[in-house]
Design a protein around this ligand. Structure first.
Ligand SMILES: [Zn+2]
Length: 91
């Protein structure tokens, strides 16, 4: 369960994401929707599912089409900012 207190030690996967956000200058905690400094990295990553032009969930064979995202959540207004994970952590 998420808490308002930062963990003593981030799990390695989250530490890589935090490092990439900092390295790329994308770690400003200011929410673009409400202006509060309340953006925090979600504990989990998510899968952004692709949709076909006909409105169906897209698959290649049995594999869902889409990409993994890291989410920054605003603790004040609930705004969600997403980062394409493989593009965020490369370089
Ligand atoms: Zn907000």
């Amino acid at each position: 369960m998420a808490t308002d207190q930062p963990p003593d030690e981030l799990e390695p996967r989250l530490a890589v994401i935090v490092d990439a956000l900092h390295r790329k200058g994308a770690d400003d905690p200011t929410c673009p929707a409400c202006g509060h400094a309340a953006l925090e990295l979600a504990d989990e990553t998510f899968f952004m599912q692709a949709i076909t032009p006909g409105g169906e969930i897209a698959f290649t064979g049995e594999t869902a089409d889409g990409f993994e995202v890291a989410a920054m959540l605003c603790g004040h207004c609930g705004h969600i900012r997403l980062h394409h994970l493989s593009k965020l952590v490369r370089d």
